[in-house]
Design a protein around this ligand. Structure first.
Ligand SMILES: C[S@@+](CC[C@H](N)C(=O)[O-])C[C@H]1O[C@@H](n2cnc3c(N)ncnc32)[C@H](O)[C@@H]1O
Length: 402
């Protein structure tokens, strides 16, 4: 039964279903849900993510984990629990770069990749990597860091709209045999509760997405982590910005199909990605309720710059590379911090029982600069994309501009 058939079956049985339930089926229905049937990330997929763009992303995360490990008194194992790890390219890049970091960090690093779909894994290259097929974070007693990149934006969201001065919810129903969006009374008091908590009142006619699953996410990671950090990277905004009626009157829900962005979730059901920007105020707020202290929220550009990504650019000159290799590596690193693109992604760091240390990714430190200065720049390998080779759409034009 395809995802669309399942959506229709549910609507026929129950009249209408919430947009969140529709999105859950469209993305994760075991037979033909978007994430169950394909590899969505990369040149042959529908979009690309930072790990594909350049291994400098994973390398600088490894540097940040190294500092966290030291701050925690060098526990062994220091576990990196990556949620929504997909095929594991980021795991491979982090683990590979960790082997060059000082004081035996790599020997303490234990990496767990979790995903709710079975992806075709990239070789991790280290025996200290485990793969777990699971929904959420089914662990206890970990010391280390819970990591995710573009994970929260793949959670099903509810959609609400302000109509006639009342908050309504968007449902998916059937009219004349066609799937359509309908509005009705909110299915969950948590929807109005979330907006109240944020102090947000939607403007008349304004549509917005609400990710109620953030509560479950926070509970899960707080329970999994005995002591350590949570590092969450995604595209999104603070609530005030996200729910701004002038800038985002129709919300932020988009669909991706073969690198083309649209906003028609009821078409190509199960064959296109559906995603919405992350409300980082609620991500941090739900964490605070369960003992996760907010340590900082910065852009990916600032995070990687604080970790001295510019040194990697300079170190490229020290490597004997062909002009082509030099150009593609330079373009990849630049893309990670590009304003208007990946550079505008946000990095949220939370802590549990670690106090409020000065983290290298949140503020520049001479120690981080000295360390990265002494380290080699990682280079693009087969599994990464390459801008000048046109291995991702628009890449060549973008490369010319760079
Ligand atoms: C947008 S992809 C990002 C993949 C990878 N992190 C990257 O940066 O390329 C989101 C991933 O999160 C996974 N995912 C979403 N919700 C999940 C959940 N509740 N538990 C485990 N994995 C989940 C999806 O299956 C998918 O592989």
């Amino acid at each position: 039964m395809s995802a669309e058939t399942e959506v229709r079956r549910r609507v026929q049985k129950r009249g209408k279903i919430t947009f969140a339930e529709f999105m859950e089926v469209a993305l994760y229905w075991p037979q033909g849900g978007y994430y169950t049937d394909r590899e969505p990330v990369g040149a042959n997929g529908d979009y690309y993510t930072s790990p594909e763009v350049h291994p400098a992303f994973g390398a600088l995360l490894a540097v940040q984990f190294y500092q966290m490990w030291r701050l925690m008194g060098r526990p062994s194992p220091f576990t990196v629990l990556e949620l929504g790890a997909g095929h594991g390219l980021l795991c491979r890049d982090i683990s590979a770069y960790a082997t060059g970091l000082p004081q035996g960090f790599a020997e303490s690093l234990h990496y767990i990749c979790v995903d709710r779909r079975p992806a075709n894994p990239v070789e991790s290259g280290t025996p200290r990597t485990s793969r777990v097929l699971a929904d959420g974070a089914p662990f206890r007693g970990l010391q280390g860091c819970v990591l995710s990149n573009e994970y929260l934006d793949a959670f099903p969201v509810h959609q609400v709209v302000m109509s006639g001065g009342c908050l309504k919810e968007v449902y998916v129903g059937l009219e004349g045999g066609e799937l359509v969006e309908l509005t009705g009374e909110p299915s969950d008091s948590g929807l109005a509760g979330r907006l109240d908590e944020l102090g947000i009142t939607l403007a008349e006619g304004q549509t917005a997405e609400i990710n109620l699953a953030l509560d479950r996410w926070s509970h899960g990671i707080a329970a999994a982590l005995e002591r350590g950090f949570v590092l969450t990277i995604d595209y999104g905004r603070t609530a005030k910005d996200l729910y701004d009626p002038e800038r985002r009157p129709r919300g932020t829900l988009v669909t991706y199909h073969q690198h083309v962005q649209t906003d028609s979730p009821l078409t190509r059901i199960g064959r296109q990605d559906i995603t919405a920007q992350v409300d980082f105020t609620s991500a941090a707020g739900t964490g605070e309720k369960v003992g996760l202290d907010t340590l900082g929220l910065v852009t990916q550009r600032d995070f990687l710059s604080n970790l001295n990504v510019d040194r990697f650019q300079r170190h490229l000159r020290d490597r004997s590379l062909s002009q082509r290799q030099m150009q593609s590596n330079r373009a990849g690193i630049l893309d990670l911090v590009r304003p208007g693109g990946l550079g505008d992604f946000k990095v949220l760091i939370q802590g549990k029982k670690v106090g409020s240390p000065a983290l290298w990714g949140l503020e520049q430190s001479p120690d981080a600069t000295a360390l990265v200065e002494s380290l080699p720049v990682p280079l693009l390998a087969d599994r990464h994309l390459s801008l000048p080779d046109g291995r991702y759409p628009g890449g060549e034009a973008e490369f010319e501009a760079l």
